[in-house]
Ligand binder design. Structure first.
Ligand SMILES: Cc1cc2nc3c(=O)[nH]c(=O)nc-3n(C[C@H](O)[C@H](O)[C@H](O)COP(=O)(O)OP(=O)(O)OC[C@H]3O[C@@H](n4cnc5c(N)ncnc54)[C@H](O)[C@@H]3O)c2cc1C
Ligand SMILES: NC(=O)c1ccc[n+]([C@@H]2O[C@H](COP(=O)([O-])OP(=O)(O)OC[C@H]3O[C@@H](n4cnc5c(N)ncnc54)[C@H](O)[C@@H]3O)[C@@H](O)[C@H]2O)c1
Length: 452
């Protein structure tokens, strides 16, 4: 007997893979799906969703403390880490079983194990060989290697979610999304936090003026950020503590800590896939795909999400949009569908959240006759009524067309308000269109009229 044959083999069960597997099965394709870990992928199990639970706790503490003596009396508001972890697990723990069950219910064959290519149309998993007309790769990303002496002493984001208690001192290596979001949570739990960032700005995807505002506010809450640093070593010290050595302003410095967290970036998770056997070309940036998300070297293979070499940010909405294009192409006789990204909003769920869409001030001023509207909006009524005091915005408008070129927000509800700009920018609304729209009042959304 030959190997089991499928119309489509899907590798991974994250947002991209699940979209492709389910939609192709709905169209009657015989589909197999393979997962190396628990079913569900990074976003649901070890990323966006558990992180948002933690971020909600941190923001709630901040809001209560900001409102203390104004809106509420609540001297003892604090995060009980064990309770927080237990609540987070209410969202993550059911995922593996329910996800696999939903695939099976749909008639998708599920396989556990690390998939690797054995040919252009064949995969091996757990000693079993499978063949398919088409193969979809949605294997996501993993933390980049921390190639410094003692680098293995740093825990990764997966392990961070397993922690049932947080020590007094925490150092984050890297100052991107993961470090800054986690830093805000552990600081609101009472830890003293150090963030060591290699470049001259933490959260480089976001507006530098708003990041400065966030950095200043964070410093008041126990988060010390050092930029332009080079971390050289993590040493073990007495009593289970560690010393992180780093170079800053030409001098060697060190910080003693109880926990080091790796937040220094992620890379495509291509280990063990044996892409050579599948004749699938890749680089350290990921699998090489054409505009239709098809492998540039093997037309039977498609890929999407964090594992592809793409200029788009590695986020869940990006993975989903790429996967939707893949589905359309898999169901067509020839691929014609390209992802329609529009403008992708980005949000770091810090305290408060920082958000961004479209062009930065620098890029807008280089390419357009740009008007920059900005303010420290912490004095605005909407913000003051919450008791909070860290807020700002920068909206960039094209003087010629009156279109919004970019929007950058910091403060309460920034993570929601940015979606209004996403809608306006995707559908070509001008600043005049926005100003002429009636928004419910008093809401943070209604502040948008004042920003444009
Ligand atoms: C801590 C954290 C927080 C995040 N927060 C956000 C957020 O708030 N918003 C946002 O938009 N994005 C967020 N992201 C990013 C988001 O999770 C990813 O962009 C998204 O999950 C990518 O989806 P994907 O389909 O490419 O792969 P993934 O979701 O990474 O899934 C890939 C799956 O493939 C499996 N796999 C890997 N290799 C193999 C193999 N050889 N065989 C079989 N299976 C394999 C993996 O085990 C995994 O389950 C966060 C990421 C992290 C780490
Ligand atoms: N809210 C969200 O949407 C969200 C949250 C978490 C993660 N993510 C996604 O996951 C990706 C990975 O997140 P991340 O935080 O690991 O990476 P990141 O790329 O956001 O940040 C890593 C940062 O670490 C710095 N760095 C790298 N090596 C360093 C070193 N040796 N010492 C000091 N600094 C160093 C880099 O300059 C970079 O700014 C993000 O790019 C994002 O797409 C998104």
């Amino acid at each position: 007997m030959g190997n089991p044959h499928f119309d489509l083999i899907v590798i991974g069960t994250g947002p991209s893979a699940s979209t492709v597997a389910k939609k192709c099965r709905q169209e009657g394709k015989r589909v197999a799906i393979i997962e190396a870990r628990e079913f569900g992928g990074t976003c649901a199990l070890r990323g966006c969703n558990p992180k948002k639970v933690y971020s909600n706790a941190a923001n709630l503490i901040d809001r209560i403390r900001g409102a203390e003596g104004k809106l509420v009396k609540c001297d003892d508001a604090r995060i009980d880490w064990k309770e927080l972890v237990a609540f987070q697990r209410e969202f993550t723990q059911p995922v593996a079983d329910s996800t696999e069950a939903s695939y099976r219910k749909q008639g998708i064959d599920t396989f556990h194990g690390r998939a690797s290519f054995t040919g252009r149309n064949s995969i091996e998993v757990d000693g079993q060989s499978l063949d398919a007309d088409r193969i979809f790769v949605g294997v996501g990303a993993r933390p980049s290697p921390l190639d410094i002496p003692g680098g293995k002493r740093a825990i990764r984001s997966d392990e961070f979610f397993e922690l049932t208690e947080i020590p007094k001192r925490v150092v984050f290596i890297g100052g991107g999304y993961i470090s800054m979001e986690f830093a805000c949570v552990v600081a609101r739990h009472g830890a003293s936090v150090t963030v060591l960032q290699r470049t001259d700005q933490v959260l480089p995807e976001f507006d530098p003026d708003l990041v400065d505002q966030l950095t200043e506010y964070s410093a008041e809450h126990g988060i010390n950020i050092f930029t332009s640093t080079a971390v050289t070593e993590i040493d073990a010290a007495s009593g289970g503590t560690m010393v992180v050595q780093y170079k800053s302003e030409g001098h060697m410095k060190s910080v003693e800590t109880d926990l080091v967290v790796h937040g220094a970036g992620r890379i495509p998770n291509l280990d063990g896939l044996n892409l050579e056997a599948g004749e699938v070309t890749y680089s350290e940036m990921g699998i090489k795909v054409d505009a239709f998300m098809r492998s540039t070297s093997n037309p039977a293979v498609y890929a999407a999400g964090d594992c592809v070499d793409s200029s788009q940010p590695p986020l869940t909405p990006t993975a989903n949009e790429q996967a939707r294009a893949v589905v359309n192409n898999l169901l067509a006789t020839t691929p014609t569908h390209q992802p329609d990204y529009g403008v992708i909003p980005q949000v770091a769920f810090t305290v408060p959240a920082i958000a961004s869409i479209g062009l930065s001030q620098l890029d807008a001023e280089r390419s357009h006759d740009a008007e920059i509207r900005h303010d420290d909006s912490s004095t605005w009524g909407s913000v003051r009524k919450t008791g909070q005091r860290c807020a700002g915005y920068k909206v960039i408008i094209d003087r010629d067309s009156d279109l919004i070129l970019g929007a950058h927000l910091l403060g309460p509800a920034a993570e929601e308000t940015i979606n209004l700009f996403a809608l306006a920018m995707k559908h070509g609304l001008t600043s005049r269109d926005i100003k002429s729209t009636l928004f419910a009042f008093p809401t943070f959304a209604s502040d948008v009229r004042r920003m444009v």
